[in-house]
Design a protein around this ligand. Structure first.
Ligand SMILES: C[S@@+](CC[C@H](N)C(=O)[O-])C[C@H]1O[C@@H](n2cnc3c(N)ncnc32)[C@H](O)[C@@H]1O
Length: 339
């Protein structure tokens, strides 16, 4: 079930944003794309993803969790792609259709009503942290993509123990968890970056002008307060470095890797390079969790905790499981590429 705060953020605010843009008349055409980018996608981030995915005129691009359609409309305008938007929130779907006249499917990304291998590329921007079952979403995207196609992701990842509440309904993966999820779903991560560059003032000014109209009209609405609290929680976590944004380019391949929470893992043969890289990443996350000394924090009264030590201990257990699974697999003679 969708948390009320997420419905406020993704549905009510998306609808209000479209209304505000339309209210600007012909002037609003320049505002529509910046205002309708409702993840943290900036033009620099979108350009990086578009180039990484080699988008071109006519590319059939599926945007999963498309929100009010800003990123897909940007890709259509700048690269001539033919986007198909998929979004579960009805008001966001209506906003995207009204603002940009693009085809929008109202559906959940875990059950995409499209044919297998029917799309040339996919984007999924700011979506993965908003659902728990990330594997199902990635699996469906993999199914509808042609083998060898590109997936562009914008993901908010956890960088260490959290000391402030997460926005309701959000579950931030760590980078190693994300890499494992991608590979398990049949994607080969190709490249990732953390800071794609700044947002020009001209872009943020247009987004802020629309946000100011929405605030003036809807400030008193309970959904506005819920969405504002979500934004404030995100801002606190970003400001303290507890979460950060990653842009990832991955390519769909036919074989799959399976990682289970019990710590068993299978992979296509001959992939020691990946396993080594993966182990290094998990080890780095584990060292970071260990260095925050959760046992010492637990000995203090809760009023003095800077973070919840049980969160860190849970993370440590999960990371040790992953590390054990990767090490076991690396030692497995069946994974040496000769079978
Ligand atoms: C932070 S917004 C980003 C919207 C858009 N991608 C953008 O960058 O402007 C996250 C979006 O993911 C959508 N979403 C959440 N769960 C989803 C699911 N299971 N399948 C598809 N989309 C989902 C939300 O409704 C919301 O529109």
């Amino acid at each position: 079930m969708t948390a009320p705060a997420m419905a406020a953020e993704f549905d009510d605010v998306a609808g209000w944003t479209a209304e505000a843009v339309e209210g600007l008349g012909p002037l609003g055409r320049r505002h529509a794309i910046p205002a309708a980018c409702r993840g943290s996608a900036s033009p620099a981030a979108l350009a990086w993803l578009a180039e990484a995915c080699e988008l071109a005129a006519g590319t059939r691009l599926l945007d999963v969790g498309a929100g009010a359609g800003g990123p897909a409309a940007w890709a259509a305008e700048r690269f001539g792609v033919r986007p198909v938007l998929l979004e579960p929130m009805p008001a966001a779907c209506r906003a995207a259709a009204r603002l940009f006249g693009l085809p929008v499917i109202t559906a959940d990304g875990r059950r995409i009503p499209l044919r297998t291998a029917s799309m040339d590329a996919a984007w999924c921007l700011g979506v993965l942290c908003t659902l728990q079952d990330k594997a199902a979403l990635l699996g469906e995207i993999h199914r509808v993509l042609k083998p060898g196609s590109s997936l562009g992701l914008l993901v908010v990842v956890a960088r260490g123990p959290r000391t402030a509440p997460a926005p309701a309904g959000n579950h931030f993966p760590t980078q190693p968890e994300l890499t494992a999820l991608l590979r398990a779903a049949g994607f080969e991560p190709v490249e990732r970056i953390e800071h794609p560059g700044g947002t020009p003032r001209s872009w943020s000014r247009r987004a802020e002008q629309v946000a100011a109209i929405v605030a003036r009209r809807h400030r008193a609405h309970p959904a506005y307060a819920l969405a504002a609290e979500q934004d404030a929680r995100f801002a606190r976590l970003f400001a303290t470095g507890q979460i950060s944004t990653r842009l990832i380019h991955a390519v769909s391949r036919p074989a799959t890797v399976h990682v289970t929470h019990g710590g068993t893992m299978t992979t296509p043969t001959g992939d020691h390079e990946f396993l080594h890289e993966f182990e290094t990443e998990v080890q780095a996350e584990l060292s970071m969790a260990e260095s925050s000394l959760p046992q010492e924090a637990a000995a203090l009264p809760p009023s003095e905790w800077l973070y919840d030590p049980t969160d860190v201990e849970r993370d440590e257990i999960g990371l040790r499981d992953l590390l054990g699974a990767a090490e076991a697999l690396e030692e497995d003679p069946r994974s040496d590429g000769n079978t």
